[in-house]
Design a protein around this ligand. Structure first.
Ligand code: ATP
Length: 373
């Protein structure tokens, strides 16, 4: 990891005695794209406002480039913010909006002209200098807000749900552009979002939050593949949770367990004890689904399933275009979601409601967690 730009050490934030953030320790690396991800009210914006200097920590330390930030006001920090509502000056032209900060800092006119032109070029708004915000589309206003924030080359750019007002297509396009902009500038970006796709598409690392605490910090792949608890697993996509009990230890990290009614071998990162209740987590795309009658006809069962076989019945099908989801009721009553791809040779879906099926997965594809109460 590059050297730290922002360091939060044991930070708490309270409003009128109510905790908004608790025990936040987080190091943000120079040039990193980091997202703060969590549901409404989990403290993402509060964390951003602390870094920006709009709020003070109740306890703990906030460092920027190794310097304590507590006494430093927002305008003296090498940090800029792009707000959700853009906060443009409506009576000023695009040029004047972007030039505002540089003029306040009393930069020479020639430098201002040069810097504004280069910032507008970066956000693809060259030629629109004279327009007012109300003469721009939502996407263009967003670009002005970004140009204004990057024009004085901050160390850190804070983005508070900057794409939430845009339609789906524009949002996807702006995600790519923001990521490209961050690479070009090499500035550290900290993005607040409640949208997992957005966080995953753009970030080097994602911080998943709940109730003012950090639940997990990791790359998008680590968060998706190795969630540390059920909350994180559920927040970042569909997940099936099977319950089980540890029966035997097979190796240093492999165990035999009873899951639903099948005996399976599992890999676990954490040590488990015999008799311990566990959750076995599998994403819908991790399962292999077979019709019971196909299995019965097949002589080589082991080739089809190297792992558990759970019996169930197809209940419902959800069509998504390139894939479809099959909802399977297991014998225990537990309902499982399995994602299937279309068979290119067939016009019909392979599975239909009422089919007796067998579910399996390959050892090691599961995530095993101690059972949560
Ligand atoms: P959202 O996605 O809805 O913006 P968030 O994750 O950004 O949510 P915060 O805005 O950081 O959440 O709020 C965290 C908690 O702190 C919430 O319970 C909120 O009500 C509280 N809070 C935030 N700002 C203030 C304030 N100025 N005064 C009192 N309480 C506040």
């Amino acid at each position: 990891m590059n050297k730290a730009v922002v360091d939060l050490i044991g930070v708490d934030k309270e409003y009128g005695g109510h905790p908004a953030l608790t025990g936040i320790s987080l190091t943000i690396a120079d040039g990193e794209f980091l997202s703060l991800l969590g549901p409404s009210g989990c403290g993402k914006t509060t964390l951003l406002r602390l870094i920006g200097g709009f709020e003070k920590c109740t306890r703990g330390t906030l460092l920027l480039d190794g310097r304590a930030m507590d006494p430093i006001p927002p305008e003296k920090r090498a940090v800029n913010t792009v707000f959700q509502n853009y906060a443009l000056f409506p009576h000023m032209s695009v040029f004047d909006n972007v030039a505002f900060g540089l003029r306040m800092a009393k930069k020479p006119a020639a430098e201002i002209t040069r810097s504004v032109a280069s910032a507008l070029e970066l956000v693809q708004l060259a030629g629109m200098e004279r327009r007012r915000p109300n003469e721009l589309s939502g996407g263009q206003q967003q670009r002005v807000a970004i140009a204004r924030a990057i024009v004085n080359k901050p160390r850190v750019l804070l983005l508070d749900e900057p794409l939430s007002a845009l339609d789906h297509r524009l949002r996807k396009q702006m995600q790519k552009e923001l990521k490209q902009l961050q690479r070009t500038l090499g500035i550290t970006f900290v993005l607040v979002t409640h949208d997992q796709d957005e966080a995953f598409a753009m970030s080097d690392r994602v911080v998943v939050m709940q109730h003012g605490r950090i639940e997990q910090i990791g790359t998008p792949m680590e968060i998706y593949e190795e969630p540390v608890n059920l909350y994180v697993a559920r927040f970042v996509g569909d997940i099936n949770v099977l319950d089980g009990v540890v029966r035997n230890r097979l190796g240093s990290s492999t165990y035999q367990a009873l899951v639903e009614d099948a005996t399976v071998s599992l890999k676990s990162k954490q040590p488990l004890e015999l008799g311990q209740p566990i959750h076995v987590l599998l994403r819908p795309e991790d399962f292999r689904l077979e019709l019971e009658r196909d299995i019965a006809e097949s002589r080589d069962l082991s080739a089809k399933f190297q792992q558990a076989r759970l019996k169930g019945t197809v209940r419902r099908i959800f069509y998504h275009g390139a894939t479809y989801d099959v909802e399977v009721a297991l014998e225990s009553g537990n309902r499982i979601q399995v994602t299937e791809f279309f068979d290119e040779d067939s016009e019909n879906l392979y599975f239909k409601p009422g089919d007796a099926v067998i579910l399996g997965w390959h050892e090691g594809w599961e995530v095993v967690l101690p059972h949560e109460k």
